[in-house]
Ligand binder design. Structure first.
Ligand SMILES: Cc1cc2nc3c(=O)[nH]c(=O)nc-3n(C[C@H](O)[C@H](O)[C@H](O)COP(=O)(O)O)c2cc1C
Length: 167
């Protein structure tokens, strides 16, 4: 790994494919309508206060509702959730119909939480900025539901993967 290449869009994409990421579905809701999308651009920021950075494409169906409500729920997916990850990133199946009522229960805030997810973090958006096609949301975590016994869903090199412990 000694061949250094000047960065280009293609090399940047190739590079980021090599960064394994936990897969989330980020949701919001307003006036009885639920929206959400599959995401890996979720990163911890500070412990005090408990904050995360979440980067959402401004063309995403849920983006404008997230900005309007300033409230989101970040659902960490388990390895059994590949189909859900595909559904919430589908280019053909959009909107509230992605939510099977049997699989989702609202947090006290009204944000949709996945019952069988690894974790659901109910957040307020406290700051936002724009970089290129994306909004960068700084989110303060207000409440959590945890299922720590589950295995995570990981995205690496354009594939959904499971984690294997190093023996
Ligand atoms: C594994 C994976 C990770 C993704 N990560 C993000 C992300 O961090 N931010 C983002 O805006 N879109 C991300 N996307 C793309 C959105 O899920 C996709 O564009 C989705 O269709 C947008 O929502 P919409 O269909 O409701 O507009 C990701 C997709 C996949 C499959």
């Amino acid at each position: 790994m000694t061949n250094e290449t000047p960065i280009s869009a293609d090399i940047f994409k190739q590079s980021l494919r090599l960064l394994a990421g936990g897969v989330c579905i980020c949701t919001t809701a307003m006036n009885g309508e639920r929206l959400g999308l599959t995401m890996t651009a979720v990163c911890s920021l500070t412990l005090e206060p408990p904050t995360l950075v979440v980067c959402v494409n401004r063309d995403a169906g849920a983006h404008d509702m997230m900005r309007a409500t300033k409230r989101i729920c970040i659902n960490f997916l388990a390895s059994e959730h590949v189909e859900l990850a595909e559904l919430f990133s589908s280019t053909s199946f959009k909107g509230s119909g992605r939510f099977d009522p049997a699989k989702w229960t609202d947090m006290k805030s009204g944000m949709p939480a996945l019952n069988a997810g690894l974790a659901a973090l109910d957040c307020s958006i406290i700051e936002e900025s724009t970089v290129g096609a994306h909004s960068v949301f700084v989110c303060e975590v207000k409440a959590a539901r945890l299922n720590p016994e589950k295995e995570p869903l990981v995205h690496f090199n354009r594939e959904f993967c499971e984690l294997l412990p190093i023996a």
